[in-house]
Design a binder for this molecule. Structure first.
Ligand code: ST9
Ligand code: ZN
Ligand code: ZN
Length: 390
């Protein structure tokens, strides 16, 4: 059994200690570690790469809630296709979907989990409101789980480990107890930045009442109150169907984008570039790039607004002065990385390949059609003085 140890936090945000074999629960009141150790864990669990999976403990409350959600959402869809939803309610619902989506992409994900840019108080208030609309756990819990996901991706410490199959990564992980290693490894991560933000801690403290009001009651009551929509229609369509749709779009990033697509930046990892997911997830499907450079505020190489609306949203607030210190990665670093670890599907390789077959292939040294990057890496042996180009 490895000895227990005290810990310090390193620059990479991980406490430099071995995981404790004895789990000490934290007191809900004062947040300090309890002196009462609980049961010892099976030593096999500590190998986070192993094939061993402990028996699954289903959380039936969550199963029941998801069954209710999907039933109500299906009824909402029926109301839509039978023309029972007023056009104003459709517009209203799309607006709330936009809030929930950006609250996750620009807020929980790029701002809070990855710190890929900084936001001034008014934008942080907007982000907290929008993230609450999404009903995907508090910012604190979402960002903590997501940091663990990146740090221990595709292992048992990853809350939605895609190696356990599409369904588990998509939504199964929310219907059973987490693997003990999620908690053990998660405890080692630094979340002090989140805990230092009073807005995040306020949202965490009052999460359940505010999420029910902001994500369900206001979206459902609005159409009924303002233009006399049937409350049942508004509940099923604007609240339940909207929420269900938002969840599946988000979950696709954990499932589909961890399985299918190219890996131009790093072929040794599972996350892939998936355009379909990027479309449904407001620009979050460029997942091979994102796992390779998680601090880039664009979560993709190109800030293409068409397939990355979230980037346009952040750029707008940067223009307004409410978002600043947007972090990104230089083209040179990306290119080097593609050449070192990519699967060869990046456009740089295509450009070079095509160039070779075109009619303007270079006739020799001095031809203007030699690609610049080839000129730069050409060595002149025994050259007299500087590396002459002619
Ligand atoms: C939802 C979240 O859907 C979705 C997240 C997706 C992320 C996607 C990312 C992709 C990029 C962004 C793409 C955006 C695209 C958007 C497109 C939009 C159009 N570290 O949690 P408990 C501790 S939420 C350290 O109860 P159980 C914890 O502190 C949907 N510690 O675990 C606690 O300690 P203590 C709504 C951790 O019992 C203890 O463990 N919500 C960690 O195993 C127990 O914690 C739901 O459906 C960690 N990482 O239960 C379900 N984790 O005792 C909500 C836990 O000391 N969740 N701990 O307090 C649950 O009901 C439960 O968490 C559970 C597991 C049943 C899933
Ligand atoms: Zn991420
Ligand atoms: Zn991922």
């Amino acid at each position: 059994m490895p000895p227990e140890s005290t810990s310090t936090i390193t620059a990479s945000g991980v406490r430099n200690e071995e995981p404790e074999l004895i789990h000490r629960p934290t007191s809900k009141k004062d947040g300090k570690a309890s002196s009462k150790p609980t049961k010892e864990l099976d030593p096999r669990l500590y190998d986070i790469h192993s094939d061993y999976v402990p028996p699954i403990e289903i959380v039936w409350r969550n199963v029941a809630l998801f069954v209710y959600l999907h039933t109500a959402a299906a009824i909402g869809l029926y109301f839509l296709f039978t023309g029972q939803v007023q056009w104003r309610t459709v517009l209203w619902t799309c607006t709330w979907h936009l809030f929930g989506a950006l609250g996750i992409t620009a807020g929980a994900h790029r701002l809070y989990a990855h710190k890929s840019y900084k936001a001034k108080l008014p934008l942080r208030i907007i982000m907290t409101f929008m993230q609450t609309v999404s009903f995907q756990n508090s910012i604190w819990e979402w960002a903590r789980d997501h940091r663990v996901h990146h740090k221990y991706s595709e292992t048992h410490a990853d809350p939605h480990n895609a190696k356990r199959g599409f369904f588990f990564a998509h939504m199964g992980w929310l219907m059973c107890k987490k693997h003990p290693m999620v908690r053990e490894k998660g405890k080692l991560l630094d979340v002090s930045d989140l805990e230092a933000d009073p807005l995040i801690m306020w949202q965490k403290k009052y999460y359940l009442p505010i999420v029910l009001v902001v994500s369900f009651f206001i979206p459902a009551l609005g159409p009924w109150f303002f233009w006399g929509e049937s409350f049942v229609v508004a509940w099923c369509f604007a609240a339940q169907l909207r929420y269900c749709f938002n969840l599946h779009c988000t979950w696709l990033v954990n499932s589909a984008a961890h399985m299918w697509g190219n890996r131009p930046y790093d072929q040794t990892i599972s996350p892939a570039e998936n355009k379909t997911v990027a479309i449904w997830a407001f620009g979050e499907g460029w997942h091979n790039y994102h796992h390779t450079f998680p601090w880039d505020y664009k979560t993709s190489e190109l800030g293409n607004y068409e397939f990355n609306f979230t980037t346009a949203f952040i750029d707008f607030f940067a223009w307004l002065g409410w978002a600043h210190d947007l972090k990104t990665v230089s083209h040179k670093v990306i290119e080097d990385r593609c050449k070192r670890t990519g699967d060869g599907s990046h456009l740089i390789f295509k450009a070079l390949e095509n160039h070779h077959h075109e009619e303007d292939a270079p006739w020799g040294w001095g031809d203007k059609d030699i690609p610049k990057e080839r000129i730069e890496v050409t060595q002149s042996i025994y050259s007299e003085g500087e590396n002459k180009k002619d």
